[in-house]
Design a protein around this ligand. Structure first.
Ligand code: KG4
Ligand code: ZN
Length: 332
């Protein structure tokens, strides 16, 4: 057996299919973004997202098999993200995964989408070792994990209201940019100085690892009302705003590493595609003598290769699901 897995991710507005051999050989990783389908509504419409997943999932599976030069008979297991995300969207992926597992008589492996994000790093680096701190900055979740081993981790910090990505997207929307606005804000952060305007750094000095970004979003709303003239200086305003997010993410992650005496940090999730965040982590981990694992942008945003990678470790450990696998919207 070559341990070839097919991964499926339909948790939000991207349909992604990957084929992985062993733990790290990506034979195919195809993603179709629905970004354009929701643009006119200013946000993702759940029913529309489910319909789109349904429309494209089978052709994408065929495309992935074609790229990998394989047939269904070559697959050893099927992996699928079964939470968290939009329930209707996840159900499409889970239903297809169950059908394939049943028809091909191969194991089905359910995967937690946010737990899968750090596996973008496991795909790339063979010197990852435990214990380590994972910072996951996905659109809907900002999480800090203290990982002792695969499947043995504790969530030590989480966003108690808006996640960092969500806050960035909402602020970009206030400035008239289409969702998701992370890349626009990041471009401003790279092009303009970040010290002209002062924005709050929420819960920075609380003695825990939690995050809270809704106050920062409100601060921007107030800033726009009270300092309308500053909006001419949009790039510097957005750069100063993003600096607050970067400072909080770095502070909390390094605090966790220092308190727990851990010298390895992995960063992942869609917001990690930010050049500014990457450079800030690179600079500070170097200064502090910490080893950083950070994936390239296409593996930061949602993709099924990370899902198949986490599943490959589960497959090896015999952590297999059955056709009763359920879909969940929430993380817990
Ligand atoms: O992980 P992800 O693709 O989806 C979820 O699991 O939610 O994360 C989406 C987030 C959004 O907030 C989006 O604005 C952000 O990732 N993002 C970026 C970039 N590309 C996507 N943020 C900064 N720079 C980018 N290039
Ligand atoms: Zn994600």
């Amino acid at each position: 057996m070559k341990n070839i897995g097919l991964g499926i991710d339909t948790t939000f507005d991207d349909t992604s299919i990957a084929i992985l051999q062993g733990k790290s050989q990506i034979l195919a990783n195809v993603t179709l973004s629905q970004y354009k389908d929701h643009e006119e509504f200013g946000g993702v419409i759940p029913e529309r997202a489910s319909r789109k997943h349904m429309e494209v999932i089978n052709p994408l599976i065929e495309e992935a098999l074609k790229q990998a030069e394989l047939t269904f008979q070559d697959l050893d297991y099927i992996a699928v993200s079964n939470y968290p995300g939009l329930l209707g969207s996840i159900l499409i992926g889970v239903t297809v995964a169950k059908s394939l597992s049943y028809a091909l008589k191969i194991p089905l492996i359910g995967v937690n989408h946010v737990e899968a994000h750090p596996y973008a790093n496991f795909l790339l680096y063979d010197d990852m070792s435990f214990p380590m701190i994972h910072l996951v900055v996905a659109g809907g979740h900002t999480l800090l994990f203290h990982a002792s081993n695969h499947f043995d981790y504790e969530i030590i910090g989480r966003s108690v209201d808006d996640a960092a990505g969500e806050c960035v997207d909402k602020v970009a929307k206030m400035f008239g940019y289409p969702m998701p606005g992370g890349s626009v804000v990041d471009r401003c952060a790279m092009e303009s100085p970040s010290d002209k305007y002062e924005f709050p750094r929420p819960v920075l000095h609380q003695n825990n690892y939690n995050f809270s970004f809704s106050g920062l979003k409100t601060a921007m709303l107030r800033f726009r009302q009270t300092q309308p003239e500053a909006l001419q200086d949009e790039s510097r305003v957005l750069s100063s705003f993003f600096q607050s997010i970067v400072d909080v993410l770095l502070h909390k992650t390094f605090k966790a590493a220092q308190d727990l005496k851990i010298d390895k940090i992995s960063v992942s999730g869609g917001l990690a595609a930010s050049k500014k965040l990457r450079l800030s982590f690179e600079e500070q981990t170097q200064e502090k003598g910490i080893t950083l694992f950070y994936p390239p942008p296409p593996l930061c945003t949602d993709n099924a290769a990370m899902v198949a990678c986490l599943a490959s470790y589960k497959f090896e450990a015999g952590l297999i699901d059955d056709l009763n696998l359920r879909a969940f919207a929430n993380l817990s």
